[in-house]
Design a binder for this molecule. Structure first.
Ligand SMILES: NC(=O)c1ccc[n+]([C@@H]2O[C@H](COP(=O)([O-])OP(=O)(O)OC[C@H]3O[C@@H](n4cnc5c(N)ncnc54)[C@H](OP(=O)(O)O)[C@@H]3O)[C@@H](O)[C@H]2O)c1
Length: 322
């Protein structure tokens, strides 16, 4: 497996650099020795360029002239916003992805690592899911717009390789959580769209769906690794193992414990649960020979990651996305 051997300085443009994963790369991975001498890392937010717009995309690439891109920017939302706005999720994400990949191609970017998601896999599927199964059937109807747009990244990557030989690839994270997440009820992910006061902690849905949660401060290093070392066009799942899958209820109880919440937890079963499970297999990641620390990749235990996230939220409530 090849890695960036340094035929010149590496200039990495991170789209979506102000989001949950982007901030983890900037504030944790880069400060923890992942940044190498001579490298330049540029973290973009939507204020730098609206990537739905091809001209703004071109302008920001011309400004920074990246050699490598980590493409995180996406119109992202929680289950209920997806259900209401499938069309917007489809159109905006198709445009963002097409603009980023085509501009990267036109400007000679050597490598792009984009982000798919485990929620784009077929709804009706055998488990566990692996990387070969992305296109095997329709996604869950709650988020089909976002899912089809994300699936097209994989199609685009294969086409850029087929026609131009580019190594534009993608990773597939399961449910990411951590500091800097979007804690807004509409836009937040499963763990962040929880609301509480002194007496009640409200959860939308039954709490029964199963999820594999990965801490943002574990995935940041895996993203940097993928950029440097993962040279297949086919995507790779970045996740904790199947044995670490938990119910949303179990995760909520850990949140209550972290917040020292002593009231009642209320599950609003009138609200949709979304996909009941999407168990992903991380065998491909674990098989790779050049990933440091494998086979004992040290994923942060969920209870510990949730405690760190809750502490961060309490301390930073005024500036968090709520
Ligand atoms: N979080 C998860 O559980 C999870 C799981 C699997 C895959 N992923 C994927 O991982 C990537 C990063 O996720 P995340 O959770 O870090 O996302 P996030 O916290 O919601 O951040 C989204 C990022 O995209 C940027 N963005 C949104 N619309 C944009 C536009 N039109 N032009 C330019 N930038 C735009 C945002 O910029 P502003 O801050 O300026 O709005 C922000 O930096 C996404 O592609 C997502 O689909 C996430």
């Amino acid at each position: 497996m090849a890695s960036h051997s340094g035929s010149g300085p590496m200039r990495v443009l991170v789209t979506g650099g102000s989001g949950l994963i982007g901030k983890a790369i900037e504030q944790e991975a880069m400060k923890d020795g992942e940044k190498r001498e001579g490298e330049q890392w540029i973290f973009l937010s939507s204020k730098d360029a609206n990537l739905v717009d091809p001209e703004q995309t071109r302008a920001v690439f011309e400004k920074h002239r990246p050699t490598h891109v980590i493409h995180l920017a996406a119109k992202v939302g929680g289950l209920y916003l997806h259900m209401r706005e499938n069309l917007h999720f489809l159109r905006d994400n198709l445009r963002i992805n097409d603009n980023v990949l085509q501009t990267a191609h036109e400007m000679g970017v050597t490598k792009v690592v984009s982000c798919l998601s485990s929620c784009i896999f077929p709804d009706k599927t055998p488990y566990p899911i692996d990387e070969t199964m992305i296109h095997n059937g329709p996604p869950h109807e709650s988020n089909y717009g976002y899912s089809h747009a994300k699936r097209m990244i994989d199609v685009l990557n294969r086409a850029y390789f087929g026609q131009y030989g580019h190594v534009y690839t993608a990773v597939i994270p399961t449910n990411v959580y951590g500091p800097h997440d979007n804690f807004n009820e509409d836009k937040g992910h499963v763990l962040t769209a929880i609301r509480w006061d002194n007496t009640t902690l409200n959860v939308w849905g039954s709490g029964k769906p199963l999820r594999q949660f990965i801490f943002s401060m574990d995935i940041d290093r895996l993203m940097v690794w993928a950029l440097r070392e993962y040279d297949e066009v086919n995507p790779i799942i970045l996740s904790v193992g199947e044995e670490d899958e938990v119910s949303i209820q179990e995760a909520v109880e850990m949140i209550a414990e972290a917040l020292e919440f002593k009231g009642q937890i209320h599950y609003d079963t009138s609200m949709s649960d979304g996909q009941m499970k999407k168990t992903a297999n991380n065998a491909k990641l674990r098989r790779l020979p050049d990933l440091p620390d494998l086979p004992d990749l040290p994923f942060t235990p969920l209870r510990e990651g949730i405690k760190l996230t809750c502490d961060w939220l309490v301390k930073n409530y005024d500036r968090a996305r709520t």
